[in-house]
Design a protein around this ligand. Structure first.
Ligand code: ZN
Length: 71
């Protein structure tokens, strides 16, 4: 089973004051708690592997490292 989709996060829909960019499952809309794995795809881009605890769906998000400071 390789139910892994790739989601490119270009714009943060909800600007969370806590600076958290936790995604929600595209299948069951459950909130992700922690990324399963992370990897740099380039100098300015990091990708996270998420697996939904509820339905088991896995997907990858990419984030710009420049926004990591969130000021
Ligand atoms: Zn799910």
């Amino acid at each position: 089973m390789s139910a892994v989709a790739e989601v490119l996060t270009t714009v943060a829909r909800n600007h969370d004051p806590r600076c958290s960019e936790l995604p929600t499952c595209p299948v069951c809309a459950d909130s992700m708690v922690a990324a399963e794995a992370s990897a740099y795809v380039s100098d300015h881009m990091i990708s996270y592997l998420w697996t939904c605890d509820t339905c088991g769906y896995g997907f990858v998000t990419k984030h710009s490292v420049k926004r990591f400071t969130c000021n």
